[in-house]
Every structure is written in C-alpha cells, then in structure tokens.
Design a protein around this ligand. Structure first.
Ligand SMILES: [Zn+2]
Ligand SMILES: [Zn+2]
Length: 227
C-alpha cells in the first residue's frame, strides 16, 4: 500500500492505523501520530515529499495506542501544537493509563497495554465540537472513546472519520465493540457523520472512498444497522 497524496494537499500514510498530512497555508497539520514509536513512515514522507513545509500541528482523533504512540517522537522533532478533545487528553499527557473495555479479554488487553508507554506530551489546545482549526471542522464523535473526534475539511470535501467508521476490506464498519467505551454512542456518532456531505471519506483503518463517499455511506449495509 502506497503512501500518497490522495487528494490535493492531503497525504495518506499507512500504518497499523493510518495517519494523514493536511497542507494548510501556514504549514502542515498531521492527523494522528500512528503506532510506530519513531513515527518512521510519517517522518520519512515529510522528509522526502514535503521537506520545506513546517509541521505546525498534530490533531488527535483519539487516545488509542495505535494513534498516539508516535506522538512523542514527532513532538520532539517538529515542536508542533498538539490538539485533542478534553476527554481524551489525560492519556496523551500521561496522567491516565490507556483505557480498555475488552469484555472477556480485558485482562489480556490490560497486560498488553502496560507494555506501551503513554505519549506523555502536553496537549497545547483542547478541541470541542463544531470549532474550526486550520482547514478542519471538529466533529465530536464519542463512543469509541469519549473524546473521539472526526474532522471535516469542507473546502476539500473530505471527512476524516478516525475510528468512528472504518473500512474493512471494502465495507464500511463500526469498530469492534470490545474496543468501544460506549457502543450505543458509537452508533449515534456514525449517524451524525451520515448526515454530513462529503466527497471523500478517509478512515484511520482501511482504504479511502475517494468519490461520492457520503452517498456510498448512506447506501451502505452499515447504515441500516444504525437506526
Ligand atoms: Zn481506536
Ligand atoms: Zn484505531
């Protein structure tokens, strides 16, 4: 899978979870920091493809380890602003451990997550529903975590869903319930996203839907399961 510019000024970096680089007038805005603790693919991509651009900010969809583990390294290298929802900030700051729901697997997850350090970086600014940051409108989509955020780039007509909606081998899907803090809110949040207009859907897991994405979503089998 190729790391690439998926739409003008928006770059997809694959990883255990995808990260995105959004070009803005005054620098680059990263969406999520990925699972690799050195953020290798993200740093290499910037070095090779966007070497003269300043990384001005990293916005975080949510505090799961596969989305924030590269954060400390990226902050050290670029000194960007770090932005997240207040409900997810404590883990990023290192004031709380990674949380797990996990069901019957909870003890296993609990042990696994103790292997990973939280990023322990300062959240410079907290984002709440409806506000704008750079080219992005913040959409609070709680459920997967209570501070989960999706982002709409209205000008480019792109929805970044985070883990609120994933693509699983060509099918839109909700994240598995063992990973969701509040499963009924996950459904409500997905419905909230279904009410928006966007040409392109970029999920943190899976592949993009590049055109007619809000229609594709509204016509998907997933939507029928949400009501
Ligand atoms: Zn997640
Ligand atoms: Zn994820």
């Amino acid at each position: 899978m190729l790391n690439r510019e998926v739409k003008s000024g928006v770059h997809l970096i694959h990883g255990y979870s995808n990260s995105f680089i959004v070009e803005a007038e005054d620098g680059l805005v990263l969406i999520d920091a990925g699972f690799n603790p050195q953020a290798k693919s993200i740093r290499r991509y910037i070095r090779e493809k966007l070497p003269r651009r300043k990384v001005k900010a990293i916005v975080i969809t949510h505090n799961h380890v596969d989305h924030v583990r590269g954060l400390r390294c990226l902050v050290k290298e670029y000194s960007p602003e770090v932005l997240a929802h207040p409900a997810d900030s404590a883990v990023i700051r290192g004031e709380a451990p990674y949380s797990v729901r996990g069901g019957l697997l909870k003890p296993l997850f609990w042990i696994l997550l103790r292997l990973f350090d939280t990023p322990k970086v300062e959240v410079s600014r907290e984002l709440t529903d409806g506000e704008k940051y750079s080219t992005l409108t913040v959409i609070h989509t709680p459920g997967h975590t209570s501070g989960h955020l999706s982002f709409l780039d209205e000008k480019r007509s792109i929805l970044f869903t985070g883990d609120a909606i994933a693509d699983r081998r060509g099918r839109l899907a909700l994240p598995p319930n063992i990973f969701n803090q509040n499963p009924s809110d996950v459904k409500k949040s997905a419905l909230k996203l279904a009410g928006l207009e966007f040409e392109t859907l970029l999920p943190s897991h899976g592949e993009p839907i590049l055109s007619d994405a809000s229609q594709v979503f509204r016509n998907s089998p997933l939507l029928k399961t949400l009501n």
